[in-house]
Design a protein around this ligand. Structure first.
Ligand SMILES: Cc1cc2nc3c(=O)[nH]c(=O)nc-3n(C[C@H](O)[C@H](O)[C@H](O)COP(=O)(O)OP(=O)(O)OC[C@H]3O[C@@H](n4cnc5c(N)ncnc54)[C@H](O)[C@@H]3O)c2cc1C
Ligand SMILES: Cc1ncc(C[n+]2csc(CCOP(=O)(O)OP(=O)(O)O)c2C)c(N)n1
Ligand SMILES: [Mg+2]
Length: 577
């Protein structure tokens, strides 16, 4: 059947199972927008194209499906760059469609012409410039396949205006992807399995490092079986949270810069690290020279370029985590590491005493309180989408995730402004789930115009702004490493509750701990979106903290006597080995 290029775009999206698309129109993509009216795909009009990409990303992370964003050429396309880079760093499958000037105008500095395939080359898994309608069907099929297979990632399709307008025969079947050079289905060598089994059998102090790859490969159950059979404790990366139930007795908690002290200490003492679908980010390892020097290392990882990139490993099993573990599991002998597990429990030592949750109630509102209360009230069942900064780390520490895809956060790029739009995407992916944004007062101000998108779509997303009046995480670094010289971190914000009202949404302000529960209850019961402004302690810090580049066990700890607000003391922090 004959179709215009624009129609082919929608025919392909329909066949890929796309139900929602996030975008913003303009001249070079107008033919495709015009054709859209004839197809039953829901288009969400965003307020900034960065928002569209984060929404597509949030949709993908919440559902496991490919998220789709669309924009015009030039500024529309360049506004997408941050969202594409965010998805690339965290291996999130999205497809971004951009209009491009007519093929005959390319290279002439035509109106709103930007070489967006050039711009996004290093931040996409793959990208395309399509200049003929005939190439569209094949391109779309390839793009979705590449985005979702192997190590997922963003793919961009730039379509010239004439390719959208001209007509050709549309044959979906004939356009099946043929990509002989693309190998997402690598399998480990049989000899590597045996080496891995030998190391597992010999280990006295093994530790699983569970990452985002568990969720991407759907290996949650298999990893749990592995951990239980071998009695191996599990530490999680930020992006792995939820992949292994927080309440499971073998779950130790988060590793890394703001991980639990006993987790980092256990990593340094382990004799075997089983790295499952994680990439040894510098936030996870600290100083590479002193990282887990006592441990042999097994890395199960789908992307061969991650092997020996940061940490040299003894055995590499390159392939899909679930498939590899299913192969390995029957050959693994049941284990009992009681001594090691008891030792880790002992290492928890005085951590509880240092936990702000266990300090006497000073009447002040701490972010940790807000997030911990939120966890209790929602019974840990909400999808929480965080922004970037201190609140992000407190969320990781105090909201206990039991389910995969229940924490959506920008880890690798650390993109402020991510939370609100990503939460909108998550809500479209899982409309029946309760979605909470946990954002800082800084990051929220970066993408808050998307409140208008929420209002226009009539969706319910609960927003908790952890308002400390600072670019808090940067302020913390200034406190610790720049002699408290607070350059450009004190931050003025609007009255967020009144701002919400200006968008036709409900706004609330919370200043005391006793108000948290009733306010959250009220927000949950409200049918529409509620923006909650939690005015928290301004100069609290996230503990523990491994200073950038320091040894993983050289953590700055929250002082035991730290009742900062109560005593007015400085809360001198201490370096604990
Ligand atoms: C302010 C801030 C502080 C942070 N502090 C911490 C911290 O304290 N601790 C921490 O952990 N992180 C922290 N992070 C996040 C950190 O930067 C990284 O994003 C995170 O550690 C990456 O986790 P990951 O390796 O599990 O996930 P990713 O970066 O998503 O990597 C996933 C890996 O799994 C592989 N993979 C994908 N699919 C499969 C499959 N099917 N089978 C096998 N392998 C697969 C991928 O190839 C990739 O190598 C922080 C971020 C910010 C912004
Ligand atoms: C787009 C972007 N710009 C700058 C940064 C650097 N940065 C990291 S955390 C942070 C402060 C965040 O402040 P806020 O949103 O108020 O959260 P808080 O740390 O106070 O919880 C900044 C500026 C970033 N991560 N992203
Ligand atoms: Mg702040």
């Amino acid at each position: 059947m004959k179709r215009t290029g624009s129609q082919i775009v929608w025919e392909c999206l329909m066949r890929q199972g796309v139900d929602t698309i996030f975008g913003y129109p303009g001249g070079a993509i107008l033919p495709t927008y015009d054709a859209m009216l004839d197809y039953p795909i829901h288009h969400v009009l965003v307020r900034h194209e960065q928002g569209a990409t984060h929404m597509a990303d949030g949709y993908a992370r919440a559902s496991g499906k490919v998220g789709v964003a669309i924009a015009t050429s030039g500024p529309g396309a360049t506004n997408m760059v941050t969202g594409i880079a965010t998805a690339m760093m965290d291996s999130s499958p999205i497809v971004c469609i951009t209009g491009q000037v007519g093929s005959k105008l390319i290279g002439s500095d035509a109106f709103q012409e930007t070489d967006v395939t050039g711009v996004t080359l290093p931040i996409t898994k793959h990208n395309y410039l399509v200049t003929r309608a005939e190439d569209l069907a094949r391109t779309f099929r390839e793009a979705f396949y590449i985005a979702a297979s192997g190590r997922p990632g963003p793919v961009l399709i730039d379509i010239t205006k004439d390719a959208q307008q001209s007509s050709c025969e549309f044959d979906w079947e004939a356009a099946a992807p043929r990509l002989p050079g693309y190998r997402p289905d690598l399998r480990p060598l049989p000899t590597e399995y045996q080496k891995a089994l030998d190391l597992i059998q010999a280990a006295k102090r093994p530790l699983i490092l569970a990452g985002h790859g568990l969720i991407l490969s759907g290996a949650m159950k298999t990893v749990q079986e592995f951990a239980e059979k071998t009695n191996t404790p599990v530490a999680l990366t930020l992006l792995g949270l939820g992949a292994f139930p927080a309440s499971h007795p073998l779950n130790l908690g988060m590793m890394g810069m703001h991980g639990e002290a006993w987790v980092n200490n256990a990593i340094q003492e382990a004799d075997l690290l089983l790295a499952f679908g994680m990439r040894f980010d510098d936030r996870v390892t600290g100083n590479l020279k002193t990282y887990a020097v006592n441990a042999r290392k097994i890395h199960i990882e789908i992307d061969p370029s991650e092997i020996n990139k940061n940490v040299k490993v003894d055995v590499a099993l390159v392939g899909d985590l679930r498939e590899v573990l299913e192969e390995l599991l029957p050959h693994v002998l049941a284990g009992d590491h009681a001594e090691w597990l008891n030792h880790i429990t002992d290492m928890k030592g005085d951590s509880a005493v240092r936990d702000i949750q266990n300090l006497p109630d000073s009447g002040h509102l701490y972010a940790a309180h807000v997030i911990n209360d939120l966890w209790r009230i929602t019974e840990g069942r909400a999808i929480v989408v965080t922004d970037v900064g201190q609140h992000q780390m407190w969320e990781a520490q105090y909201y206990k995730h039991e389910q995969p895809r229940s924490l959506i956060t920008s880890g690798g790029l650390g993109t402020m402004g991510f939370a609100l739009p990503a939460a909108i995407g998550a809500k479209f992916a899982r409309p029946d789930d309760e979605v909470w944004v946990v954002a800082g007062d800084g990051g929220f101000q970066m993408t808050m115009p998307e409140l208008a998108t929420i209002a226009q779509e009539g969706i319910k997303v609960n927003v908790a702004i952890i308002n400390n009046g600072y670019l808090g995480m940067v302020r913390q670094w200034q406190e610790f490493f720049y002699e408290r010289r607070y350059a450009a971190t004190p931050l003025l914000g609007p009255d967020f509750a009144r701002l919400a009202e200006a968008f036709g949404l409900k706004g609330m302000t919370v200043t005391e701990r006793s108000q948290v529960k009733p306010a959250v209850d009220e927000a949950r019961a409200h049918p529409g979106t509620v923006v909650m402004d939690f005015r928290v302690e301004q100069e609290d810090s996230v503990f523990p903290m491994v200073p950038a580049g320091a040894d993983l066990n050289a953590m700055i700890r929250r002082p035991k006597r730290d009742v900062m607000a109560e005593t007015g003391a400085d809360g001198e922090w201490e370096l604990a080995k």
